[in-house]
Write a protein that binds this ligand. Sequence first.
Ligand SMILES: [Zn+2]
Ligand SMILES: [Zn+2]
Length: 273
Amino acid sequence: MNKKISANYHTHTFLCKHAIGNVEDYVKKAISMQYHTIAITDHGPFPKFLQKRLKSRRMSIEQYNEIYLDALQKAKELHKNEICVLSGIEIEYMDELQDKYKEFLSQLDFLVLGQHYIKVDDIYKSIYDELSEDEIHVYAKTVTQAMKSGYFKIIAHPEIFAWNINVWNKLCEEVSNEIIDVAIENNVILEINVNGVRNSFYQRKEFYQNEGINFPYPRREFWEIAKAKNAKVMINDDAHSPNRMNDEYTKYIYDIALKMNLNIVDRIEGIND
Ligand SMILES: [Zn+2]
Ligand SMILES: [Zn+2]
C-alpha cells in the first residue's frame, strides 16, 4: 500500500436527492487527483412499495434504468484510457430485494452493503434510532447473512450499530468480532467511512487524541479489533459531493489508519486487482 490515496469506492450523485454532482463530475475530479480507480456507488433503488414504506431518499427504479446505468456506461467508455471507472450501488440486505441482487450484479461491477435499516417484528427500523440489545443482534445477523450471500464486496460503515452507544461495551465487542470474522471468511472488505467524521467533526472535535471520545463512526474500538485480526480495510469517502473526495477529513483518517498499521487495501479482488 502506498502512502497516497489513489482510489475511492463510495460516492453519491444528485440522483439520491441528498448529494450533488453527476457521474462525470466525480470521474473528472478523480482523474485530476490521479486516482487509479473511481467507483460510483449511489444508494440503490427500492421497489415502489418499499420506497413508499421507508421514504428513503434515493433514486427511483426508472432513474436507475434510464439515467444511472447509462451515465456509468458512458463514463467507462469515455475515460477508459485515463482511469478505471467502476459501477456499483450501495444497498441494504433485505428479504424484499432477494430477487434483485443478481439482476443488479448483471448490470454493475459490484455492490456495497450499506445496512441503514433492520427488520424487527416485520417492521423496518432505522439504524440511527436507539437500538435495544436484541436489535443490535438483528443488525449483526442481517449483515453477516448479507456477507455470506456473496453479493457484496464491501461493507460500508460496519460499526454503525453503535451510533447511539457512547461508551463501547461488551455487546459492541461481541458484535464487532462476529462481523469482522464473517467479513474475513467471505473476503468482504470493511470500510472506514470518512463521512462519519465530516458529519460530526464540529460536535466532537477529537477522534484518537482523547480516550473515550469518538465519532459515531469510525469507532476506534472497532478498528482495533479489525487490526488484531488483520482484516482487509478500505478508507472510503462516502462522498456526497465531488469536492468531498480526498479532503482534510479523508487525510485525517488516512493518517490515523496508517499509524494504526491497519491492513489497508485500495483494490477489490476479482474486480480491479
Ligand atoms: Zn447518502
Ligand atoms: Zn453511502
